[in-house]
Design a protein around this ligand. Sequence first.
Ligand code: FE
Ligand code: CA
Length: 510
Amino acid sequence: MDTSRRTFLATTGLAGLVPAGALPALRRRAADPFTLGVASGDPAPDGFVIWTRLAPRPLAADGHGGMGSADTDVEWQVAEDRAFARVVRSGRVRARHASAHSVHVEVTGLRPGAEYFYRFRAQGHLSPAGRSLTTPAPGAAPSMTFAAASCAYYEHGYFTAYRRMAEQHPDLIVHLGDYFYEDSAGDKPQAQPIIRRHVGGKCASLADYRLRHAQYKTDPDLQAAHAAAPWAVTWDDHEVENNWAGTTPGTKVPGFPARKKAAIRAYYEHMPLRASALRPNGELRLTRQVTWGDLAAFHILDTRQYRDDQPCEDGVRVGCDARLDARRVLLGAGQLRWLDAGLRGSRARWNVLAQQIFLAQRDHRLGPGAEMALDGWDGYTAERDRVLRGLAATRNPVVLTGDVHVAHANELRTDFDDPGSPRAGVELVATSISSDGDGYSDPVGGQLVRAENPHVTFIDQRRGYIFCRAAPDALRAEFRTVPYITRRGAPAATAATFTVPDGARTFDPR
Ligand code: FE
Ligand code: CA
């Protein structure tokens, strides 16, 4: 028994439940249920959510992680120090079979702007400890750091970028979607080498989605990133199925309503979200704000659940007048109103939109004519115009984007075809953690893209993430890349750094 464990038992008064010292020779303790790590999220000035799930056999086919049908208790602790000498909150929560023995504790009563550590205990085992933070109180504006991540295809390689992100100890990790992929290499021809396999094929049942989440959560690099900082998550399409849109499936496979329902439930079960995210009508409410004192407001958007179907099918297309149709929605009326009100009412120096899909116009066709990706904002231009006008009236807007598996730094204007139109802000597009394999640095391709899209300032096709420092005078973004993911252990380096001075709405040219 190690010291930390003794401390936990002493401080929770549970020492009698597990014999101290050596266990009797013939008594066999249950297998370690903490194979999926721990996580925290949605920080507030007085607390955050802490999460774990009991799964002694994480890849059990029924999706229940080797747990029986009984509910069981889990103890939790929050301390001010890594050694858990100063425990400030603790309690007990029921891990229910109906929730795949996942637990979400909404910890309250903590001090604002402080670092904490948390852990769980169940079935005679102690979980790894995680680090989390409360946000500063309103009015405070200390500098902070955050990382942005997107698109982690397990089969395409290792999650080294998550590990390197954890090593930078950000105050917050923003996940922009494609946390996992619902399909498998066996389902379709793959352009990338398959480094490791998903268990099972395309997810359809609740058991399938739970099992896929569990498999991802067994990854030690992903566990390290969860344990390093609180996360604020939103999803893109693959958490449910490729290119789904509102009530419209992205594939021809029948049974989408049941898949979506199962995917939503499994996603909630595996993410550090508040219980209020699960609505009685079956909606998963991911639209929310995380504020960091008066320094930064993170406006977290859901660009899947409320949108109209993609116009002209889902691909990259020439033409397609439907994409310009003023009646078509992406955020939907309710979420758009929420965003407008949140931006107008924000006291924050930096207003960060956390969302999934490419906001800047992007012409994929080299030379005359234009070709647009219709699953992105280019497929919903009327609503994009509204969003851009709103950003142009907002203090220091910074849009975080995922989805395209290529890092970009974009200048946003209210009209991309008019370089004299008002500046709306900047867009930082995170490349993928692992989707599309090793990738490459592509200065020549980048120049070709920029010739068609002068507002694209930077492009890099390697894997990685974005690491940002927000301060009152400037926001600095480092595009971090790893040279390979098809082998373990790649180092990370900064491919480019962009600074946005306060009030500038553009990148500092120096
Ligand atoms: Fe993706
Ligand atoms: Ca063109």
